[in-house]
Write a protein that binds this ligand. Structure first.
Ligand code: UDP
Length: 244
């Protein structure tokens, strides 16, 4: 037995419905919501502003502080509020996935706070978080050399699946877990991989295919992100309605 048909009927190389909303948090300098189906992430950017206390300032570039968290009721079994080992690890990998394209040297002694909140989780939350964060950073006007896109790739019962759900992450055959989750992120312009994690086991030749499949999916996600930014620009450039 293998995983022949996806639980939700999607093609193996298809993401769930991608939904993007820009400017969801008016008080932030930049914000965005990004969903993969039932996985929904909100990212907000505050700054750049002068870093306090002063001894934490870097005179050569801004410091990016990244925080990822999930709402307690975003998951089926209530999650204890507050930071955890998992949230610290994910904050760290998200920061590493985004920094290669950020021109932080434009803002010496400054701090940029990036807050990512998962409001509903059905796996792939770090990838949704990265996609929302890239958009929020662009919305905040932080100069970037590229727009990062991320997707989870699963090796589920020996089938490569794009954008896996929790049900797929928990896939078993004869009581044995047969699911490997491999989140990837790309900077498309130079086709640079900025995130690669692996939860499970995979053969090297399969990993190569996984990265190729992830790359293709990220290119499509990148188009959706760029469209959201273009639409926003069009909206702000529209002439104001005349008073009647
Ligand atoms: N999850 C959960 N409770 C938790 C942490 C995770 O129910 O405290 C679920 C949630 O659906 C999450 C999934 O497990 O999206 C996979 O979590 P993982 O740590 O692999 O990260 P993700 O795939 O979300 O980036």
């Amino acid at each position: 037995m293998t995983y022949e048909k996806r639980y939700d009927g999607r093609d193996f190389d298809e993401t769930r419905k991608v939904e993007i909303k820009m400017g969801v948090i008016p008080r932030a300098n930049g914000s965005a919501m990004f969903s993969f189906g039932n996985t929904k992430a909100i990212a907000a950017v505050y700054g750049p502003r002068l870093m306090h206390p002063q001894h934490l300032q870097n005179p050569e570039k801004a410091v990016l502080r990244c925080s990822y968290d999930m709402l307690s009721f975003s998951v089926t079994e209530r999650k204890k509020p507050g930071p955890s080992r998992r949230s610290s690890e994910i904050s760290h990998v998200i920061m590493n996935a985004l920094t290669p394209v950020l021109q932080l040297e434009n803002f010496p002694n400054a701090v940029i706070d990036l807050e990512i909140e998962i409001i509903q989780a059905d796996a792939s939350t770090r990838c949704a978080g990265i996609n929302a964060a890239a958009l929020a950073l662009a919305h905040a006007g932080i100069p970037m050399t590229d727009l990062i896109s991320a997707v989870s790739v699963g090796n589920i019962g020996n089938k490569i699946c794009i954008d896996i759900t929790k049900e797929e992450e928990d896939y078993e055959e004869d009581g044995e877990k047969l699911a490997t989750d491999i989140p990837v992120a790309f900077a498309p312009r130079k086709n640079r991989l900025t995130l690669l994690q692996l939860d499970g086991k995979v053969k090297p030749e399969v990993l190569k295919k996984v990265i190729e499949a992830g790359n293709k999916a990220c290119m499509k996600i990148n188009e959706a992100q760029k469209k959201a930014l273009r639409d926003l620009k069009m909206e702000t450039e529209l002439p104001e309605e005349e008073e009647k």
